[in-house]
Design a binder for this molecule. Sequence first.
Ligand code: ZN
Ligand code: ZN
Length: 359
Amino acid sequence: VSAGARGESLLRAVRRLLTGCDGLVVSSIVNVRYLTGFRGSTAYALVLRDAALFFTDFRYQEQAEAEVREPWSVVVGKGTARAGMLREIVNRKVARLGFESSAPFELYEELRGAAGDVQAVGDRVARLREVKTAEEIAAIREAVRRAEVAYREVGPRIRAGVTERAIANRLEERLRREGCRRAPFDIIVASGPNSSRPHAGVTDRKVRPGDLVTVDWGGEADGYCSDMTRTVLVAGKETARKKAIHGLVLRANRAGVRSVRAGLSTRTVDRAARRVIDQAGYGEYFGHGTGHGIGLDVHERPALGPRGTTRIRSGMVFTVEPGVYVPGLGGVRIEDMVLVTGKGYEELTALPRELEIIS
Ligand code: ZN
Ligand code: ZN
């Protein structure tokens, strides 16, 4: 599929969203990238029934000409991208203008007077991103590979006496050496009592004997993200209970992954994982959803929570990441990435999941 053909088919899909409005402002920069191919940080796309306009300012003119694909027309006027878009909306007498739910309020304020009327289109453009193309899947695979290479090197260095920050820094450095332009999110290395907070960051705490250490990190390739979590145990006190919790979370992770099938709703995966933890009596210690879609954004649609009603489709990529967090004792999360296929699923994450006990 050529870039132009891809651009055309995406544009047709966006035009099908123009029910009730005759123009749509795409203001989410990730959605702009997805539709047009542009990788810079300031741009808007305006989809009309008879035109597809891409707006940026002079700083990005060259980049836009190189990256923005057919059939988009690049518009670089005087002043800001926003001013250029405003002029087109006025000149073309757009009667009813659609906005994404993520549109900044000030953009909305600025443009709504230019059109006759406005309409909310919610996250319908973001929904187009749920099912990945072969090209996107290839980029995600590379993002997974880079993250795994980094962990295989840094993981074995986790031991008592090393700080969380040192582990995170090494991982980040290794990701960059592997070709990632950035870490797609702040790496989490949470040791001991810190590990019972699912979204702990990184501190200068030194890993101690008896600690569960949760490492949540991801790679990047061609703008696409990966996201995975492993939890290791440093031998010490209450080892048996910590091993049991890890075993429980691993069973929940496997149950979630094995439940993935096109046609089911996303909450089925959440239920499959959650049931294992509930039945073991740890339900109150699993306070987040089981997973999330991943692509150009590290967290994107669909959400895999108890109320997730999105139908699973072939080509979706999401995480399965149950966790159990016991205050005072520590937490375990095991996060893998899954690609939905016609027959079932393919696991994108290849790193071992069995508990590693560091002596
Ligand atoms: Zn994660
Ligand atoms: Zn995640």
